[in-house]
Design a protein around this ligand. Sequence first.
Ligand code: ADP
Length: 462
Amino acid sequence: MNLFRKIILSFILTILVSITIISITSNIMINNRFKNYLEEEQQIKFDKIYEEINNYYIDENLSLNQMNLMHYSMAEDIDLTIKDTEENIIYTTKNSPKNGMGRMHMGRNSMHANKYGLGNYVEKLYPLVYDSNAVGSLTIGYIDNSYITDGAVIFLDTMTQSLSISGLFAIAIGIIISLVLSNSLTKPLMVITETANKIRHGDLKAKSNVCTNTKEIIELSNTINYLSNTLSDQDKIRKQYASDISHELRTPLTTLKSHLEAMLDKVLEPSDEHLEILMTEINRLSKLIDDLKDSFVKEEYSMDLNLIEVDITEELMSIIKTYEPLYEEKGFSIEFNFKEDILILIDIDRFKQIMNNLLSNSLRYLNKDGKVIVDLLRNDDSILLSVSDNGIGIKANDLPYVFNRFFRVDTSRNKSTGGTGLGLPIVKSIVEAHNGSITINSEYGKGTNITIKLPITKKNHL
Ligand code: ADP
């Protein structure tokens, strides 16, 4: 069953059940309360009649004003019988004990009896008392449900009718609300499903534009749109990646091929100089292949990290020492002032790879009077390692992409500097394989700062 039908059916079912429960309970309660009230009223009336008749009987010296009694009988639809202490009937509104004039007046009540059950004829006995002595008795005969008068019947019928009418209104309103609600829920969901299906069939440009104010549906729609954007980006990256790899591999291979062909055709001498060119291209090819493999280190090698406990300060100092001559050769300087020993668990070869990439990047992109500062900061459970330079910096619009494989800020510039666009992705992969994180800040023309956070994991914590 689809959501649309489910919502409507649930709504109607809920309304029907609630209305039935409300109708039944209110009907039963109102009927009972009302009947009790009428019954009590009838009893009060009978008690009053008894009291008045008792008083007449005494006032008239144990005789009766028969017209008065007849009046009570007619007005209240009851039979009245007065007996003396010897059980002799002194007066009765009945012609015979069970089938008298009184029954004739009671025709009105017999009619109601059709609707609320057939009433029984009952009698109620009251002692007539004078000076605390019994002087006779009064019997009031009536139909037991005669208290349900025309007015009462109309009242109860009106109650039932108004409950039924309001019930019907509630159902109609409930159906309208459920239609609007289910429409407002299912329509955007259908749009989202349609978009998801389009994405599934390869249309990565598909977007779901839903018109709703339901928070969860808006979130779902945004998630689907985010998904399609990500897939589309991934698709672009994949295509770009494939074309970059083939381009990067083709360039040194073409050079190698043309040189070797020329040598085979004896056009080119296999001299040291020419062989050196071939060697450079072969080196470039192997670096590219190594970089390619390393750029997937997180995905492929995170389980294979060779973690050993090292003093990271000492390791940093020795790496920086190897770079010092390279920097000085170009008139640049490199600074590291941290002294405290910090023992951390790390794959030291991978860590060297991180530093090689960062320090060779800075070296590559420094200007005149270039300077690199390496900083180390120790927190409770992590170290913060930062490499800052005052080099050419990176434009703000290029910055978000520097961790993408093969991204190079300026391709022609990188050709001359020998960059492959794999250095920072490799650094990021290694850092993340160590459960760390990396951030880059750069200002174009002023310099770049890269900060790496690595957890200090002790040997006994593994
Ligand atoms: P590459 O091997 O080409 O340097 P990277 O992934 O290491 O590739 O860097 C990506 C891009 O970021 C480079 O093309 C370079 O322009 C820029 N970049 C990286 N480090 C720096 C830096 N310290 N100063 C300026 N630009 C940098």
